[in-house]
Ligand binder design. Sequence first.
Ligand SMILES: Cc1cc2nc3c(=O)[nH]c(=O)nc-3n(C[C@H](O)[C@H](O)[C@H](O)COP(=O)(O)OP(=O)(O)OC[C@H]3O[C@@H](n4cnc5c(N)ncnc54)[C@H](O)[C@@H]3O)c2cc1C
Length: 447
Amino acid sequence: MSLPRFVLRGRAGCGKLGEGAGQEDERIVRRPMPERKVIVVGAGAAGLMAAGRAAEMGAHTLLLEKMSGPGRKLAITGAGRCNLTNVSPLAEFIQHFGPNGRFLRQAFSQFFASDLVEFLSAHGLATVTERGGRVFPASGIAKDVLETLARWVGESGVTLRTSSPVRRLIVEGQRVLGVGLQHGRVFRADAVILATGGASYPATGSTGDGYELARSVGHSIVPIRPALVPVETAGRTARTLQGLSLKNVTVSVRANGKKRAQAFGEMLFTHFGVSGPIVLSLSKTVVDALRSGEKVSVSIDLKPALDDRQLEARLLRDLAAHGRQKFGTLLRGLLPRKLIPLCAESVQVPPDKLAHQVTAAERKRLRVWLKDFQLDVTGYRPFEEAIITAGGVDTREVYPRTMASRLVDGLYLAGEVLDVDGDTGGYNLQAAFSTGWVAGQSAAAPS
Ligand SMILES: Cc1cc2nc3c(=O)[nH]c(=O)nc-3n(C[C@H](O)[C@H](O)[C@H](O)COP(=O)(O)OP(=O)(O)OC[C@H]3O[C@@H](n4cnc5c(N)ncnc54)[C@H](O)[C@@H]3O)c2cc1C
């Protein structure tokens, strides 16, 4: 197949964010064929890191982004603050990805959290570590991370071409030759890095294109599903409690009556069900159980610091000390106000019953409810509301040391397009940065 030579639009180096956005053929430059040409598809966390690293290694690098500017998703991460990594040790870090975390070990051993923090600091961006080892830019502004990366990418000599959706990978005899854009234009390269992200928050540009591109050249795709996603519950309970946030509770997921997972921390009631950090962490278990047809419920332990015996002693003490108080008033010492009517109704004790009249059976019902407040799960929110995508390119088809495809020579994969997904806490961005860095390095200088 004859392909045009490497045609670049705009100046080499992107420098400012959004350069080239929507500009048609402002300057077409035909360059002599350099030694090694690398194309990176997708200018998110993984793609920016991959492109910068490839260029630093001396490759002639073209970064193709379908949106009018790079890093749309990066700019909204961490509620606009960007929790860019986590300082937990490698072994613990990997556990936050479940079984597929093992695949990331070699990438992390080449470029890990401390390397990222050092890298950002060397490029003028200070970071701070907060509760739970979460690392943020010291400015508290996610866009600062994006701008630091974009500046470095430009200074490294990468050409960023925005508004350039890649529609096909050009492969001949199991070797990648380049990519084709939406309007038929073709770019040729020695290596292509697919860093198109997942399918969540599609308005940011991550619409799942990478799965189709990888599939088209023979890769297997582990079925994709929303992850770190809010959960929908039955009835009106959640809607009644909408806006209530519970701290220091334990939430367990049960599927067909068996406990599958649990997490301690903070959760939130919404108009459709439950959300908040621990619910998002547990959502993968919920989604997978629902998808396999199981009956799923969540159980909230509102008093995880007390076992049954300690809770019984506490209730006996409270009821005895405030015998003339109404049951509803007594509950204020145990529960947030919004939960009290629901609790009284669930344990079938009228709120105006006097504490000393509460029977042993009623006390037991209260104790059980406080430890096991159950909500039936009916579904989960769509990709539009999922923080990440579970599933993706099967990691068994990718070399973990280089991120090179085992099926197509010259093809590399990085970031969320791969079948890796982690908890909240900075794990997912670090995975994108590490796999991007490794892919960029390997694509520029294959061993
Ligand atoms: C609201 C929100 C908050 C988050 N907060 C955090 C956080 O604080 N910490 C954390 O660790 N993780 C967080 N994440 C997850 C994290 O943002 C992702 O895991 C990470 O961005 C994945 O990086 P990526 O480069 O693989 O993909 P993306 O960042 O999604 O980038 C992919 C890029 O590829 C482009 N693209 C797609 N298809 C094509 C195509 N055909 N041609 C050209 N370009 C294409 C897209 O436009 C996009 O720019 C958050 C996610 C969301 C949605």
